[in-house]
Write a protein that binds this ligand. Sequence first.
Ligand code: ATP
Ligand code: MG
Length: 401
Amino acid sequence: MREIILVKYGEMALKGLNRSSFEDVLLRNIRYRLKKIGKFSYSKAQSTIYIVPEAESDEAAGALLAEAMPRLKKVFGIAALCRALTCEKDFADITEKAIPYLADALNAAKTFKVEAKRADKTFPMKSPQICAELGGILLEKYPHLKVNVTEPDVTVTVEIRDANAYVHALREKGAGGLPVGTAGNAMLLLSGGIDSPVAAYMMAKRGLRVTACHFASLPYTSERALMKVEQLCEKLTPWCGSMAFYCVPFTEIQEELQRNCPEEYFTILMRRLMMEIACRLAEIEGCGAIITGESLGQVASQTLNALQCTDAVATMPVLRPLIGMDKVEIVEISRKIDTFDISIQPYEDCCTVFTPRHPKLRPHLSDVEEAQAEVDFAPLIEKAIAGADKKVFAQHISETL
Ligand code: ATP
Ligand code: MG
């Protein structure tokens, strides 16, 4: 009994003219996610992608599908996915195979219904007839069941499509959103904290390919702190796909700041310098936006005035997907994407090392600009960009699921 995976796209199906390029990107992302676990063949038709395991035996095919499903659940652009049984387009073959195939699902249920989708209109039976006849047969074979058309425990679906018929009973929710790459590229400011990895996840969900940059202040910050950030990148690859990462040396800039600028402006000046460098790296990488993990009012550097002062040096839109979220909501997502345990490891960040005792809560742009003018940062910025170290994080074969 050979099974395949049917992938349904949600929102994407509405994208009209863009649809075929959306499908192509989704298919490419799916292939990338599955290439390390084995061979599959792929096709698409009628808002569905068909993933067929290429294996010698049904058991080996089943094992491939079991590995593929959790990976696919992290691919954006997929609304739902189901393992489905392939049958001939013949009602007798469908019932004969469906009865044993559905045993686990139906034995665990009290109520069910049958749904039929007849994409191939030449199939001799109409949908209501397929539902009624298969429903009747299943009731006979599984006499503990009752039909419930409004809220069944299990919905058995029969799809009559071009080449084959398919039967499935377990439809699983996909990650939703849009395929990574369909909305362009963006540069994430990635600290080692809880928020910025969540921001990456949220924007990748809207179709952005994410590149990250991290500002490190060795020796004030440790190698361990940097490794933590790299671990976060790795954790994000199941959602974001492969991810380029820049580590920017920030020590000299911070030391200059500390020597020459008023302490109360340290944080906001650091933010502005990070933003300027991030925008430059973003241009090099062909990004159209910056992403940060800021949330309004969370800390002194995240007041409206402070955000205005940072945005004044940005050369492209700054996306802040967490801006209206509470910490508990952010933590919930970070647990879901499994970055929380890494984020809470107690390694210092360059910002915490240089935190002023009394940061300005409502900095005025003109005062901030004046404070920054104490130092000619331009050559230091060039040096930081030239010294940035780029790495690419690809998906891991040993990825924890
Ligand atoms: P996070 O949990 O993401 O660190 P936070 O609540 O600790 O956020 P801040 O440390 O003020 O807040 O940082 C706000 C945002 O600035 C971060 O979400 C991140 O986008 C960016 N950022 C802060 N520090 C760094 C850094 N060292 N390298 C890159 N980006 C940073
Ligand atoms: Mg932080």
